[in-house]
Design a protein around this ligand. Sequence first.
Ligand code: TXA
Ligand code: MG
Length: 326
Amino acid sequence: MAQVVPAKECIDKAVELIKAGELVVFPTETVYGLGANAFDASAVAKIFEAKGRPQDNPLIVHIADLSQARDVAREIPSTFYALAERFMPGPLTVILFKSDKIPSIVTAGGDTVGIRMPDNIYAREVIAGSFPLAAPSANKSKHISPTLAEHVREDLGDSVRLIMDDGPCRVGIESTVLDLTTDMPTILRPGAVTANMLAEVLGEVSEQGKIIRVAKSPGMKYAHYCPNAETVTAQSIDSAVRAYDEAASAGRRPVIVARDIYRDKIGDRDQISLGITADDYARRIYAALHTAEKSFDYIIVEELAGADIASSVMNRVFKAAGGKRV
Ligand code: TXA
Ligand code: MG
């Protein structure tokens, strides 16, 4: 029989269970979730068993911070980070192409994966202490979604060990599901993050066959922060080095703008330092771009993962690069 424990008192226990390949029910701002280590196929199989869920229905992967997105998804577009800055943590799930680390049971065999950062500190502490969590709503398949720990105990009490209780869910209906893998961003399930809110960031979004267009906020509509030289962002230091070498052998003058931790990998290629921390990166980025545009014709900028200042500075850098990535 499940133990129902106040969420803040059972973080360690929850982390332990997840690491052991077990299920944990955790609170979110939308509805309670039934979570398992998203990288562990046999742990995830227990979710389908407990819920009686058909295997062809994919699960959402819950992350604690943006740096985990790269473990879950690949080819992440800059629009994802723009959405994250505004709506994460929050009731929005974004569909992206899946990474190799995500087993196919999570995605029902598909090549895409839903990612969401729940707006509940206890849920994020468990994820940060263990793994991203694959989780559906914590109800028996087809039954009503749970917005109280008590609902979960009645429905799944026999098949889970721990229910983290954080009282009633603030939003009360499931997250908005937005597919970013299609040409036109498409809402697959409406929720508290509405089509209009999404269109303010994306410009346009499709919902139930209708296209919603909104003039982007001035910061989005016009090009901003653009150096007078072609600029791209690099998804990894290896791709930065590759792009550099290709440009150099084509007779161009490339430069890599990156933090010192990559000095060895960059070797004797031209580089401009962004220091060490995310704060250093933010403090130095504009000066680095000013310097770069004066002496070089191809600027390759390291992409920074993470939340807070890292995601804010990436908002500017993606614009500087006009969304071009290598
Ligand atoms: O608010 C929520 O999203 C809650 C909490 C626990 O985070 N979770 C939730 O999960 O509602 P679930 O499994 O009950 O609903 C997930 C929905 C399903 O309709 C599923 O088909 C869709 O998201 N979905 C998940 N991954 C998908 C993918 N790769 N492509 C398309 N749809 C996907
Ligand atoms: Mg559900």
